[in-house]
Design a protein around this ligand. Structure first.
Ligand SMILES: NC(=O)c1ccc[n+]([C@@H]2O[C@H](COP(=O)([O-])OP(=O)(O)OC[C@H]3O[C@@H](n4cnc5c(N)ncnc54)[C@H](OP(=O)(O)O)[C@@H]3O)[C@@H](O)[C@H]2O)c1
Length: 296
């Protein structure tokens, strides 16, 4: 479905300028917030690469965008964020881009594991995102122009905890994965300070996508009639961020009800995301080394 007139008006008024010279990669862009984010950026003139695990879904998303925006530059690449080998192949073939958005995510996968043996929610939302950063950022650092690197977090990171003895427990894994991504983003922001890489975080507040169906469980029917942000409204954070002067390390998300609802603005950074970063990075690097040792 095309962007509503209201959203187009919002973008014209609040996201001034054009992204016509920008090439953007968005992971998990075949549905939900990723797809709508792609659409808002195409509307602003960007060339977009939809990096998705399912090539057929990616092609459908591309065709649907092209139908709405004929003549625009929309491509697809295959990327399974829950599979290090897929990330290796993707990074190898990745073209030079100006913006990279880590959007792909899963919520509830009890008992499931990724190909590399991690619990699926932590394995996708955090280990995958971490490994993408390891592979993609050194390449982007060499490209010689500014790059906005955006990780998607969630408000729930503010109530999560990281306990290395229970790192892969099913219980609380989504919350924990988002806290880990927020801490990793802080680490990256420090690591790339003063370079061409600019690290940001966005979050969509609360909106009813298939992830939300898992979050709300049997209350999903009720959630659908609650006045949450539309998926479209929750997908404006990247468009806003890329058309405003946001300090490196900044967080952009909705502006009402503690960040749950509303239009994007700069959010206050959470203290929780800024502590205990070093132990997390050391732990993650060891976990990744273990996987690398078993790679053929
Ligand atoms: N909805 C909310 O209220 C909310 C709140 C806070 C944060 N977020 C975050 O926003 C992001 C988008 O979520 P959403 O609400 O739009 O959920 P969604 O509708 O379920 O979309 C998730 C997208 O991620 C893709 N994906 C999942 N696993 C993947 C993998 N291993 N490799 C590549 N792509 C993968 C999915 O592809 P398939 O179609 O192949 O499954 C889908 O395109 C997530 O990071 C989520 O944590 C959402």
């Amino acid at each position: 479905m095309a962007l509503s007139e209201k959203t187009k008006r919002y973008i014209r008024k609040n996201c001034k300028g054009t992204l016509a010279d920008k090439r953007v990669i968005i992971t998990g862009a075949n549905g939900g917030i990723g797809y709508k984010t792609a659409e808002t950026l195409v509307y602003l003139g960007a060339s977009v690469i939809l990096a998705c695990r399912n090539p057929e879904k990616a092609e459908r998303a591309k065709n649907s965008l092209l139908e709405e925006y004929p003549g625009t530059d929309i491509r697809t690449m295959t990327l399974d964020v829950a599979d290090f080998k897929s990330i290796d192949a993707f990074a190898e073939n990745m073209p030079d881009v100006d913006v990279f958005i880590n959007n792909a995510g899963v919520f509830h996968r009890p008992g499931q594991k990724t190909k590399d043996g991690f619990e699926t929610v932590m394995g996708t939302n955090y280990m995958g995102v971490y490994y993408i950063g390891e592979k993609v950022l050194p390449k982007l650092e060499k490209c010689g122009h500014d790059v906005a690197y955006i990780n998607t977090i969630s408000l729930v990171h503010k109530i999560a905890r990281v306990d290395f003895d229970r790192f892969y427990d099913n219980s609380g894994s989504y919350f924990r994965s988002k806290l880990c991504v927020a801490r990793y983003s802080e680490y990256l922001n420090n690591k790339y300070k003063g370079t061409n890489i600019h690290i940001f975080m966005t979050h969509p507040g609360i909106t009813i996508t298939s992830i939300a169906a898992h979050i709300f469980g049997r209350f999903y029917v009720l959630a659908k009639i609650m006045p949450f942000n539309s998926v479209e409204k929750s997908s404006l954070s990247a468009a806003w961020l890329l058309t405003h002067d946001v300090t490196d390390g900044g967080v952009v998300g909705p502006n009402k009800l503690l960040g749950g609802w509303g239009y994007p603005e700069i959010n206050k950074k959470s203290k929780r995301a800024q502590r205990d970063i070093e132990p997390l990075i050391n732990y993650t690097q060891k976990e990744i080394e273990k996987v690398n040792l078993t790679k053929v």
